[in-house]
Design a protein around this ligand. Structure first.
Ligand code: CA
Length: 238
C-alpha cells in the first residue's frame, strides 16, 4: 500500500515540485495551502507523513504541528518542518512542539525523499497498528473500536485489553495469573477473581450482538478465545 504524504505549503511552485517528486517515488500526495486546511485534510485523509512549512498564512506551522499532535489520528505521524529560517533557536522550537525532523530551504529533493523514507520506516510499527480479526469480531487498534458482525461493541479499557490479548493468541488457554500478568502487568496487584469479573463483562458485551459465545472457560485452567467453545463446559465452570 502507498504511503500518503501531506504537503502543507503556501508556495505553489514548491508544492508542484514536491508533489511531482513524491508521486514519482510512489507516494500518494495530499496538499494544503494553509494551516486550517491542513487540519481538515488530515481528518479526511490521515497522512503517513507531513511536510510542514513554517511560515504559513493565518496559522503558523508550529501551531499546525501542535494541533496535529493533539489529535489521536495524527499524534504519531512523522512531521518534517520546512523552513527558510536557519536559526538554531527556531529549529529547537520546531522540535519542541513535536516535529520529527527539519529541513532548511532550499533543500535537495533526494535529501527530502530520504528523510521521508527514514521517518516512515521508523514510524510504521507504532503508528499504524491496524486491525485484528477473530471470526466475526474486528478490533481496530488505532481507533480503539470493536465490532462484531459490523455492529459496534462498547468495551471498557480493561475489557479492550483483555480481548486484544485473547485475539492475538486465539485458542490458547490462559490461567488467571497469566491474564493478570499479560493484561494488567506484573507489577499490579489485582485479586485473581477480578479477572472473572472482567471476563464476565467482556462476554456479555460480545454476546449482546447475538453471536455465539467465543470465550471459553476451561475448568481449573482458565480462559481462551475459541470459536468452538462447547456450551456445557462454559456452564460448568461459571
Ligand atoms: Ca510559506
Amino acid at each position: 500500500m502507498k504511503s500518503t504524504v501531506m504537503i502543507v505549503e503556501d508556495e505553489a511552485s514548491l508544492v508542484t515540485m514536491l508533489r511531482y517528486n513524491l508521486e514519482k517515488e510512489g507516494f500518494n500526495v495530499t496538499e494544503a495551502g494553509d494551516g486550517e486546511e491542513a487540519l481538515v485534510i488530515a481528518d479526511e485523509t490521515p497522512p503517513d507523513a507531513v511536510l510542514l512549512d513554517w511560515m504559513l498564512p493565518r496559522m503558523s506551522g508550529i501551531e499546525v504541528c501542535r494541533q496535529l499532535r493533539r489529535k489521536s489520528e495524527t499524534r504519531n505521524v512523522p512531521i518534517i518542518m520546512l523552513t527558510a529560517r536557519n536559526e538554531e533557536a527556531d529549529k529547537i522550537r520546531g522540535l519542541n512542539v513535536g516535529a520529527d525532523d527539519y529541513l532548511t530551504k532550499p533543500f535537495s529533493m533526494p535529501e527530502l525523499i530520504a528523510r521521508v523514507r527514514a521517518l516512515l520506516r521508523r514510524a510504521k510499527p507504532s503508528q499504524n497498528k491496524g486491525a485484528i480479526n477473530f471470526v466475526d469480531i474486528v478490533m481496530d487498534l488505532d481507533s480503539h473500536r470493536v465490532s462484531r458482525s459490523n455492529k459496534q461493541i462498547h468495551l471498557g479499557p480493561t475489557e479492550f485489553r483483555l480481548l486484544q490479548f485473547f485475539m492475538e493468541r486465539p485458542g490458547t488457554v490462559f490461567s488467571r495469573e497469566e491474564l493478570l500478568n499479560g493484561v494488567w502487568g506484573p507489577d499490579i496487584y489485582v485479586e485473581p477473581r477480578t479477572v472473572d469479573v472482567h471476563i464476565r463483562r467482556l462476554r456479555k458485551a460480545l454476546n449482546e450482538t447475538g453471536g455465539m459465545d467465543v470465550i471459553r472457560t476451561v475448568r481449573a485452567a482458565g480462559y481462551s478465545i475459541d470459536a468452538t467453545a462447547p456450551v456445557e463446559e462454559v456452564a460448568a465452570a461459571e
